[in-house]
Every structure is written in C-alpha cells, then in structure tokens.
Design a binder for this molecule. Structure first.
Ligand code: ATP
Length: 356
C-alpha cells in the first residue's frame, strides 16, 4: 500500500487493559488513543504507570486482558509479534558483539535475497550516518552510534511502526541530546510512525509531535506538547509536566476570586475551582514600602539561573514559584505583588465537574 492510501489513523488503540495480579489494580486500564501516519507519540509518566506494558501489548509481547489494537485498520491482537510488522528499539541495543556493524545489519536482512543484503545494509548505514564505521565491532562505537545501528537494524525489517522504550537512557546527557535529534530526523525522513516511552519530560517535549501522559495505568491527557503544557487537564498533569502553582478560587465565568485577587481563568467555570499557573506565567512587582504590609507576598529565595531567575514567594500559607527574566532582579525579603500574565487553567478534579 503506498503512503498516500494509508488510513489516517495508522494505529488505533481501544480500551486496552492489563491486570497482572488479581489483588492489585490493573497495570493498564482502559487506555485508548490513535496515531496518525508519520506521527511520533511520547508516552510519558512516572515509574510503574504502565508505559512499557502498553508498548509490549502493542508489540505483542504481553497479552491484553481487554481492548483492541488496529494497525492500518486491521486487528493485530491475535497475531504473534513477528507478524505485526512493528519494530521495537530497547534501552539495551543488543547488537551481536562478534559481528561488524555491516554484518549486524546483513543478518537483520536475512529475509531478503542474499545478493541484495549487503547493498541494502549499506543503504541503511548511510541513512543513519555510519557508512565509515561499517567494519567496526559494536564495542568500537560510542553509545549513540550503537543506538543508531540498533535503529538501522529495526528499520531493516521494514516495520509499519516503531516502538522505542527509553532508547536514550544509557547515553550521557550531551550524547543523549544529539542522538535524540538524529533519531527524530531519521524517523521523519523515513515517514515512520513511532511511540517513544520515556519518563524524561524534556525528552518527550523535544522529540515528540504529541504526548500522552499516563498516571496509575490510565491515560490522563493526550495532545500536542503545547496543549498539554499550557492547558493541563488535571493536577497530576500540571505537576508532572513542568512546575505548577496550584491555587483555589471561586469562579464566575472567565474570572475567579483567589488569594491573588480576581484573575482571568480558562476555560470558563462556575463555583469552587482548582487553578494551575505556571511559574513563568506569574510576574513580580515590587511593592513600595508605603504599600507593603506584614501579610504581603514576600520573596523567600532567589535563584540566579543565567538566562532567568527563579523566586519562591510566601503568601497566605502557600509558596509560589515564579520564573522571571534576568531584568527582574529583587532581593529575598522584598514585599511584592504576584501578577498572573496568563489566565489560570481550570483543572478537573476527580469526582468534580466544574467547567462552565
Ligand atoms: P518504568 O518507567 O519504571 O519502566 P512503566 O511505566 O513502564 O515503568 P510498567 O513496566 O508498564 O511501568 O509496569 C506497570 C505496573 O505493572 C508496575 O506496577 C509493574 O510492577 C507491573 N508489572 C509490569 N510487568 C509485570 C509482570 N510481568 N508481572 C507482574 N507485574 C508486572
């Protein structure tokens, strides 16, 4: 099937559920999402939230207790892993140590005609930028280069979809950033759909087109990195992805009465609400001595971070985190006004439905 004829939803996951132990809550519960052709989705969440289990069910290594998996519109739930045309890149590259880079790829092409294997292996090495290293053994490559060989080996099987489980976690920080950028551009060049599992939020934001944030086996929010970061739906998502100040208020339409005064909110709501304000969406205004009172917001700490500053501000038994640019330079102990620059985001709380 050529690329243009593919269905829009390349992968469709419906109500996927897995319970390993009848006395514990499910590892994955009622997870549904779809992936467009060529989309890179990041599954993000704390340790034990069910990311790997979700990936393993898609790949066919773990049998779901419920739900459906459609690839290109066809159910693959009853197919063994090798018939799903899904490639899996693990944290551990598992290359053959006693074969050269070229031979590792030639071996991965064993289903192709013998005469074309070497040529195809060289094409894949050129794709991942390792043509000059074809005669080396895995231990003669850096971690990032090994990971690129592992990716080339996965591409050799011509998968429809690639699953990447923490593929960069064995690399040191500098190599991780460059390898991640290279792997992303390779996937984009190959128009490959992919799911990346990670608990590194910066990695998820920079590598993925869309994100799914998982918590305790469920998918709490799915959207573009901007949507999930700027309009988190739940307190968990607000606090897991970046930092967030949570604030109670009483809403009336698009404003809410809070400890910070009447502030704009989004979306409109009525009654008691929990709001999220990112630290960079708050500003500090110094209060003149005449206006400062003993209960005014007060800076308790200031952290210089080169391009910006992080302040902690105590107010009404709460600590607010504020990121400002380097021009807002105030000493600890200063009385300030805390002023939101963007509307507070109304969060959904379990059991409550307050949106207007
Ligand atoms: P991490 O980021 O630490 O890899 P994760 O989000 O990928 O975590 P999973 O590996 O999917 O989480 O595990 C989800 C839950 O299922 C955990 O409580 C884990 O202990 C449990 N679990 C995973 N695999 C098995 C198994 N084979 N048998 C029993 N329990 C399992």
């Amino acid at each position: 099937m050529n690329h243009r004829e593919r269905p829009i939803h390349h992968l469709d996951i419906q109500s996927l559920t897995k319970r390993f132990d009848p006395s514990s809550p499910p590892a994955v519960q009622d997870v549904s999402f779809h992936l467009r052709t060529g989309e890179i989705l990041g599954l993000l969440g704390p340790s034990g939230c069910g990311k790997t289990t979700t990936l393993r069910m898609i790949a066919g290594f773990t049998r779901p207790d419920g739900g459906e998996i459609f690839l290109e519109g066809t159910s693959v739930a009853s197919l063994p892993p090798e018939r799903r045309r899904i490639g899996f890149v693990f944290q551990d590259y598992a290359l053959f140590p006693n074969r050269t880079v070229l031979d590792n790829l030639v071996f991965a092409l064993h289903r192709k005609k013998r005469a074309i294997r070497k040529g195809k292996a060289r094409d894949l090495l050129a794709l991942v930028g390792l043509s000059r290293e074809e005669g080396r053994f895995p231990h003669e490559l850096s971690g990032g280069q090994q990971q690129r060989v592992a990716l080339a080996r996965t591409l050799a099987a011509e998968p429809e979809l690639i699953l990447l489980d923490e593929p960069f976690s064995n690399l040191d920080a500098a190599l991780r950033e460059s390898t991640r950028a290279e792997v992303r551009s390779l996937l984009k060049c190959a128009e490959m759909s992919a799911i990346l599992v990670t608990h590194d939020q910066e990695e998820a934001l920079s590598f993925c087109d869309t994100l799914g944030v998982m918590n305790a086996g469920t998918l709490e929010q799915r959207g573009t990195p901007e949507e999930v970061y700027l309009t988190p739906r739940t307190p968990f998502v607000a606090q897991f992805l970046g930092r967030a100040n949570l604030l109670r208020g009483t809403a009336r339409g698009t404003t809410a009465r809070t400890d910070l005064g009447d502030i704009a909110i989004h979306p409109a709501a009525e009654g008691s609400v929990l709001l999220s304000l990112r630290p960079e969406h708050l500003t500090l205004q110094p209060l003149a001595a005449a206006r400062s009172r003993s209960d005014s917001p007060r800076i308790t700490s200031r952290e210089f971070r080169g391009h910006d500053l992080t302040y902690r501000v105590a107010f009404m038994n709460q600590e607010f985190l504020v990121h400002t640019d380097y021009t807002c330079d105030l000493p600890p102990g200063s009385a300030v006004a805390l002023v939101p620059r963007r509307p507070g985001v109304v969060l959904q709380e379990p059991g409550l439905c307050r949106r207007g």
